[in-house]
Ligand binder design. Structure first.
Ligand SMILES: Nc1ncnc2c1ncn2[C@@H]1O[C@H](COP(=O)(O)OP(=O)(O)O)[C@@H](O)[C@H]1O
Ligand SMILES: [Mg+2]
Length: 179
């Protein structure tokens, strides 16, 4: 994929399917260590130890619509190509955490892409789920927590078009300020 944000969207969709009530997405850019780290953590149904062993294999899927699951294996391939890795830990009934690293300056590393768009898609598609988006860049931090937004909004649903637009602007501004 041309943008890492599309991989993140795909991996977070797994968390939605796993019936998570909280999904935490973190991006950390560390120029000193030359590392870009992406973390997607959920409190969904998790996976058995048995399934976890083969989950990065493209033929491991619980999908019924097609027999090949690609999300994790594609993201892992992208990371490995850039001197990084993809690690998963998961516990049934507790949740799953996926951590992906890239050498930040690797020539093949795709740009992070449109994280605002990814978060808008996720939040708009599953407004009942709580999302936390954290972005750290060389010591500066941005955080969006939909639980705080929900509190401010009261009865206005999170997937109201104006709210989704506002969330996009808020994330874009927040990321810009990290530069
Ligand atoms: N966060 C998660 N929680 C529970 N199960 C997961 C999670 N992520 C992935 N899985 C399991 O791993 C399988 C493979 O995931 P993935 O590589 O994204 O392919 P796909 O989503 O197309 O099946 C999924 O079908 C699902 O059974
Ligand atoms: Mg998937």
């Amino acid at each position: 994929m041309k943008e890492l944000s599309l991989h993140i969207l795909d991996i977070a969709e797994n968390s939605v399917k796993a019936k998570a009530s909280l999904i935490e997405i973190s991006v950390c850019e560390d120029s000193e260590k030359n590392l870009l780290t992406i973390d997607i953590k959920d409190n969904g149904c998790g996976m058995s130890e048995e399934f976890l062993k083969t989950v990065k294999d493209p033929f491991s899927t619980t999908r019924t619509t097609r027999r090949v699951g690609m999300g994790l294996s594609l993201f892992e391939a992208a990371a490995v190509q850039c001197g990084g890795s993809l690690k998963i830990s998961s516990e049934q009934g507790v949740g799953t955490s996926v951590t992906v690293t890239f050498l930040q300056n690797h020539i093949d590393r795709a740009p992070l892409g449109d994280m605002a768009g990814t978060m808008q898609t996720l939040i708009g598609g599953a407004p009942e789920i709580d999302f936390i988006y954290r972005h750290e860049k060389d010591g500066k931090n941005f955080v969006l927590d939909t639980r705080e937004i929900k509190e401010t909004l009261g009865d206005v649903p999170l997937n109201t078009p104006e709210v989704i637009l506002w969330i996009g602007d808020y994330i874009n501004e927040g990321i810009n300020e990290l530069n």
